[in-house]
Every structure is written in structure tokens, then in C-alpha cells.
Ligand binder design. Structure first.
Ligand code: UDP
Ligand code: MG
Length: 330
């Protein structure tokens, strides 16, 4: 499945947008400035992830007015990771950059990324030197999660790296061959390999509006990361199960022996309750853990498309036909 740039576009910027009306004017302004400074034709693709504010109106108008700006509206909120996937699917550049809409990923860094790409790197990650405006709690949990995932998974997922990155078209084509439903995009790029490098930047606070990643969404992303890239929990289930069974055998032997050779047997109510409840709890825990994986198998087996596009503005007929082709394959 080869995707040829239909309009001679060299760079694609992919921006997922979910209720970002507060930041859009500033974003468009900064993007236009950056795009004007780049040395080749650039498109900016906005993926409207089911926004319920005026983001859609602003972006639609922009796409109708300026052919460099393109607009995809998903039929509902599919979540950040899927939104960036949809945007990358529609990108036609030779180098593709994914960045957040809230200007926490400063568009000005793109020039530097492109310079590294020209040196021959196929994935250029942006590493955060600092993170302003994020709560100590968010930073702490993020770093804990990164450390845990690093320990559990067999591939090396870079630290302090989010979804702000440049990828070469080759990498994108490989990425599009990965049809998994529960996507942890940064892990998927780590898995892909290729020639990778990093550029460092200071991550400012969100330019306007509020975070669209409340605590429970972060937890979901973290669980996805672990379950997609590690089978350690499954193994944990096996080892805990084995250890508890061994203890139970020992305790059982002790119970039988004391039943046979002593005369203080019927007092065992407490121990019975303790054992039964402990084992029940353990059982549930382990079943739940297996359920996590079975749930994903279920999701994969359904083979639903990853997302549904409700509307597209600014794309050529060729590009549209290509996307249709891809969504059908997915
Ligand atoms: N976003 C999205 N769909 C969602 C949640 C977020 O497309 O369901 C977008 C959002 O508009 C932003 C980017 O993903 O461009 C990152 O979100 P946010 O800045 O709220 O996350 P944070 O930086 O707080 O982790
Ligand atoms: Mg943000």
C-alpha cells in the first residue's frame, strides 16, 4: 500500500482538536508564520475529534479559505490517539509532524525537526526539557508511569516524549500497517524502530483553554500503554497464582496432619474464612487481569474501523479516494 503525495506536498502538520476554540486564533496565527518560513509546500491537517464548541466553525472556514489548511471531522469524539491516527492517514507530505493544538508543542520547533530529518533521521522525537503549567501530580504520575512501563515492556519507549514528533513517509506507511484498536502511539513508534533522534524543547503551559485529558483519560492511556506493550501482568498472575497455591498446599498438609494426630481440630472457623476470602479475592484479581487482555482480543476481533470520518474539506479527489481505500482496509 504505497501512498504518493498527490499534490506535491512536502510537509504535513497534523493537529488533533477537541473543543479548542479558545486557542485556535493564536494557533492559526503561529502556524501560518511557521509555515511561511518553511522551505517547501506544507499542509496543516486539523482533525476535529467531535468538538462541541465553535472549533468546527473556525476550522471549516479556514479550510475553505486557504488551501494549505485542511479539515477532517470525525463523527464523534474518538480520543486523542485515534484523532492523530486519522490525521496521519490523511497526510500527503514526505515528512509528517504531529502536534497538540494548545501550543504546548511549539510549532517553531518544527524547523529544527525538519533539519534533522534532512540529515537522514526517519523519526525525530521532541523531548520535553521542562513542563510548565502542569500540576505536580500530573508530572509525578507521568514519570511513575514511564518508569513502570520501562521496567515492564521489552521495547525501549523513550522518556519525556509525548506525541510531538516528525516521521518520514516510510515510517508512516509502516505505522499504517499496524491496525490495532487500542493505540498507544508513542509505544508503536518505539516498536517500529527506524533511525531515530531527538530535539529538546521547553514545554510551555497550555496557551488557552483547559486540558482535555482529565485524570481518568490519563489512567486509560496508561493502562493501554502497559497492556499493549507488556505481558508482565499476565505473568504476574501466573506467579502469584503459583505462590498462593504452594502456600495453600503447605497449609492443607498442616491441617490434615493436625487433624490426624491432634485433637483440637474443629476450631478452624477463622482460618477457613480467611483462606476462602483471600482465595476469592485473588481469583477475582487474576480473572480481572486476564479480562483486560481478553477484552482487547474482543476489540480486535470485531474489526471495526478505527474511526469514522463525517466530513472532509480541502483534500483533493485523489487523497479522498486513498483515504477511503485505507479505511476499508482497516
Ligand atoms: N484531544 C483530542 N481528543 C481528545 C482529547 C484531546 O483530539 O479526546 C487533543 C486536544 O485538543 C489537544 C491534544 O489532543 O490538541 C492534547 O490534549 P491536551 O492538551 O488537553 O492534553 P494535555 O496536554 O493536558 O495532556
Ligand atoms: Mg496540552
Amino acid at each position: 500500500m504505497i501512498s504518493r503525495p498527490p499534490e506535491d506536498i512536502r510537509y504535513s502538520l497534523v493537529v488533533p482538536v477537541f473543543n479548542e476554540e479558545a486557542v485556535l486564533p493564536l494557533l492559526l496565527h503561529r502556524l501560518e508564520k511557521v509555515m511561511a518560513g518553511l522551505d517547501a509546500r506544507t499542509e496543516a491537517i486539523f482533525v476535529d475529534d467531535g468538538s462541541r464548541d465553535t472549533s468546527s466553525i473556525v476550522l471549516e472556514a479556514k479550510a475553505k479559505d486557504d488551501p494549505r489548511f485542511k479539515y477532517i471531522r470525525l463523527s464523534r469524539n474518538f480520543g486523542h490517539q485515534i484523532a492523530i491516527t486519522a490525521g496521519m492517514d490523511a497526510a500527503s507530505g514526505e515528512a509528517i509532524v504531529v502536534m497538540d493544538a494548545d501550543l504546548q508543542d511549539p510549532p517553531e520547533v518544527v524547523g529544527e525537526m525538519i533539519a534533522r530529518w534532512k540529515e537522514g533521521y526517519e523519526i525525530v522525537q521532541a523531548r520535553r526539557l521542562s513542563r510548565d503549567g502542569e500540576s505536580a501530580f500530573k508530572k509525578k504520575t507521568a514519570s511513575l508511569f514511564e518508569r513502570l512501563l520501562g521496567k515492564l515492556s521489552s521495547i525501549d519507549i523513550p522518556r519525556d516524549v509525548g506525541d510531538f514528533r516528525l516521521i518520514d513517509r516510510k515510517v508512516l506507511d509502516a505505522f499504517r500497517e499496524m491496525p490495532e484498536r487500542d493505540r498507544f502511539v508513542r509505544g508503536m513508534f518505539a516498536w517500529l524502530g527506524f533511525k531515530q533522534c531527538e530535539v529538546a524543547f521547553h514545554r510551555p503551559a497550555r496557551a488557552a483553554g483547559e486540558t482535555k485529558y482529565p485524570f481518568w483519560k490519563m489512567v486509560r492511556l496508561a493502562v493501554n500503554g502497559v497492556v499493549s506493550f507488556s505481558d508482565a501482568p499476565l505473568k504476574l498472575a501466573i506467579w502469584t497464582g503459583a505462590a498462593v497455591s504452594a502456600l495453600a498446599v503447605l497449609y492443607g498438609a498442616y491441617a490434615i496432619l493436625s487433624g490426624l494426630f491432634t485433637d483440637h481440630v474443629v476450631r478452624g472457623w477463622t482460618s477457613t474464612v480467611v483462606i476462602v476470602s483471600f482465595l476469592c479475592g485473588l481469583n477475582m484479581l487474576l480473572t480481572g487481569m486476564i479480562g483486560l487482555y481478553v477484552g482487547r482480543i474482543h476489540a480486535e476481533v470485531k474489526r471495526r474501523p478505527l474511526y469514522v470520518v463525517a466530513k472532509k474539506i480541502g483534500f483533493s479527489a485523489v487523497a479522498n479516494a486513498e483515504t477511503r481505500e485505507r479505511t476499508r482496509v482497516a
